[in-house]
Design a protein around this ligand. Structure first.
Ligand code: PMP
Length: 349
């Protein structure tokens, strides 16, 4: 897999940030390397305090882990219990969820997305029963980039047994304008069974450093933290996070660049005739239900050295730098033109 990614010219399969670390972040990380002979903190309390101070909650509410993936693993370890081993989630979703659910010997209950690409909360609620330990919701969703609708989340939570832990995965929330985000503190105060998960891998561009965190009610946080691995975070994690926080303005410029590219590419794809859900994340989902069309898209991307994530219903394309996005548009325009020549019209619905 690594070889395939390295040989490709445009790596758009993992929703990574196209930009390398900012010079100031890189400088801090290089300095920190001089202490690589030293252990990190036994458990990452300093990092938890830094994150808590930044987002305005108490440090007891934060659990840091090796990426959001590491944190999700600990949540599942804490809440997938005998008799409550079912984990309800949309399909498709971030691959980590079914994989980690199997790791903790849980059972994934997959609920199809609604036709518009959003999570079908009514169907998900109907899938919850006495055997459910955890429900996973993504906002924005991976792979479709859709948001949970206002009021829909609280309506859902009002009707869920409070013994069920509800993960609200906000891996891509920094790509959403601040005034459009769900207020975490208000949500957790009303629903202590909600566990918000975030990462430094996406908007912050630190995927290789593996830093993520959960924000939860202090009791739930303590239950999750029992699974933390001693000395489990590397020494660059805290340094990288602090350096990113210090460079917030520059990071925000990059986030703006990514979201405006995302919007530019979606407008262009729609002009070409592709039908896609509105994405609020750093990726676009292009539904391709016609196998012949999906094959042509796959071949065109292959020729152009573009790596994307394929699903049985379409492709997820990470928003990359301008050159990568142009390459995507060129490939999909070629496919469209060829499809017109072949049949006059090919629906992407
Ligand atoms: N949640 C979602 C929705 C994701 O898409 C991802 C990564 N693609 C993760 C969690 C995990 O991110 P990481 O482990 O890099 O923090």
């Amino acid at each position: 897999m690594l070889t395939a990614r390295m040989s490709g010219r445009h790596s758009l399969a993992l929703n990574e940030n196209p930009y390398g670390p900012l010079p100031s972040v890189r400088h801090s990380l290089e300095q920190a390397l001089a202490s690589a002979n030293r252990y990190p903190e036994y458990l990452p309390h300093r990092l938890a305090r830094a994150i808590a101070a930044r987002i305005g909650c108490s440090p007891e509410q934060i659990v840091v882990g090796a990426g959001a993936t590491g944190v999700i693993m600990h949540i599942l370890q804490a809440f997938v219990a005998p008799g409550r081993a079912r984990v309800v989630m949309a399909e498709p979703i971030f691959d980590g969820y079914p994989v980690l659910t199997a790791t903790v010997r849980g059972h994934s209950v997959m609920v199809a997305l609604a036709a518009d690409g959003s999570q079908d909360l009514d169907a998900m609620r109907a899938a919850v029963d006495a055997r459910t330990g955890v429900v996973v919701l993504c906002d924005p969703h991976n792979p479709t980039g859709t948001r949970l609708r206002a009021g829909e989340l609280t309506g859902f939570l009002d009707r869920i047994d409070t013994r069920v832990a509800v993960i609200l995965d906000e891996a891509y929330i920094e790509f959403v304008a601040p005034d459009q985000r769900i207020d975490t503190e208000t949500l957790l105060a009303a629903y202590p069974n909600v566990i918000v998960v975030r990462t430094f891998s996406k908007a912050f561009g630190l995927a290789g450093l593996r830093v993520g965190y959960a924000v939860a009610d202090p009791q739930a946080a303590a239950r999750i933290a029992r699974w933390q691995v001693p000395f489990g975070m590397n020494i660059l994690a805290e340094v990288g996070v602090r350096a990113c926080y210090a460079a917030e303005d520059e990071l925000n410029e990059r986030i703006d660049a990514i979201t405006s590219e995302r919007d530019r590419v979606s407008v262009a794809l729609r002009r070409l005739g592709y039908v896609l859900p509105d994405s609020s994340a750093n990726h676009l989902f292009v539904p391709l239900h016609d196998p012949a069309l999906a094959h042509r898209v796959s071949q065109a991307f292959c020729r152009a050295g573009i790596h994307v994530r394929k699903y049985s219903t379409g492709v997820r394309i990470t928003v990359g730098d301008r050159a990568a996005n142009q390459a995507v548009l060129t490939s999909l325009a070629e496919v469209r033109a060829a499809a017109h020549r072949l049949s006059g019209s090919v629906s992407t619905r």
